[in-house]
Design a protein. Structure first.
Length: 293
């Protein structure tokens, strides 16, 4: 009860006077203190988002919804609204970076979503080339004898034709698998080999597509913001999403063997446990979840 009373009194009365006193002492408004004092990356950008959303000024509230092309103008408008001199280049630069990160995150989600919506098409030459590339990257010493073949099961697909396994995540699932295999070839082959363990084995490609869904959902619900805001000082790109996916594949394999499940029949249980672990890590504003080349 007292916590609610204090919260009401602080937001209604004390916060205004505290901000007024701090401005008097420092000569800076709340935004200047945030941008100058908060650590660069997620801590700063998320603080800015939270601050803007509570403001009564339309310019500030709209800033978190600005598009990339409008960021520079938005920065000028905010500085004008808050009566911040243009010569304060530190404020201008830091706000510009934070707004780019915010707008870039939304754009990245749209790009990922658009790729996810593209169904795998066996009549599309580019799709087929990527699928064959995946095989060649993972199985360099074994020729694929036919496009429809039981050999696909050797890299963890469910049947003779992998296209049926991409239904949920569309082309995004394949692009992720190829990216990991191309940029971390040794690790991908090692994990594929481990996935054939007689007791703890799992379907490499199917699990990879499942981890695509995990990465996608974390991006969709905003949980990836701390990681991405720390990784890139500006616009998050598709490359950064793929890199996070690579981290998931590598870490899930370690997690699976550390947990030693009784059988693959318990996959959903351990998948959810791993998901909760990742979500917990992403609560840390200083988090960075990537593999190194």
């Amino acid at each position: 009860m007292w916590a609610h009373v204090w919260g009401f009194l602080y937001s209604k009365y004390f916060r205004f006077w505290l901000k007024w006193i701090l401005r008097l002492l420092t000569g800076k408004c709340e935004l200047q203190r945030l941008l100058g004092g908060a650590e660069a990356g997620a801590r700063r950008t998320l603080s800015i988002m939270s601050s803007f959303l509570t403001k009564s000024f339309t310019v500030l509230r709209n800033a978190v919804h600005v598009e990339e092309a409008e960021v520079e103008k938005c920065v000028r408008d905010v500085m004008k609204e808050k009566k911040i001199q243009q010569k304060d280049t530190g404020f201008k630069t830091n706000l510009h970076i934070s707004l780019l990160q915010i707008s870039g995150y939304k754009k990245l989600y749209l790009n990922v979503e658009n790729l996810r919506k593209v169904p795998y098409d066996s009549e599309n030459e580019e799709h087929e080339e990527q699928l064959i590339e995946l095989w060649n990257l993972l199985m360099p010493h074994e020729n694929l004898r036919a496009r429809i073949s039981k050999q696909w099961c050797d890299i963890g697909f469910q049947g003779d034709d992998p296209k049926t396994d991409f239904r949920g995540m569309g082309l995004l699932g394949l692009v992720n698998l190829v990216y990991f295999s191309k940029h971390y070839t040794n690790e991908a082959r090692q994990i594929l080999s481990r996935s054939n363990h007689p007791k703890l084995g799992y379907s490499y490609a199917i699990v990879g597509i499942n981890l695509t869904e995990m990465a996608y959902s974390l991006l969709q619900n905003g949980a990836l913001k701390p990681h991405l805001y720390n990784v890139v000082s500006g616009l998050p790109q598709m490359e950064h999403f793929h890199q996070f996916y690579c981290y998931l594949v590598y870490e899930f394999d370690k997690f699976w063997f550390e947990e030693e499940p009784e059988s693959i029949m318990h996959f959903n249980q351990y998948r959810e446990k791993f998901h909760e672990k990742i979500k917990g890590l992403l609560l840390d504003y200083s988090v960075v979840l990537t593999l190194q080349d």
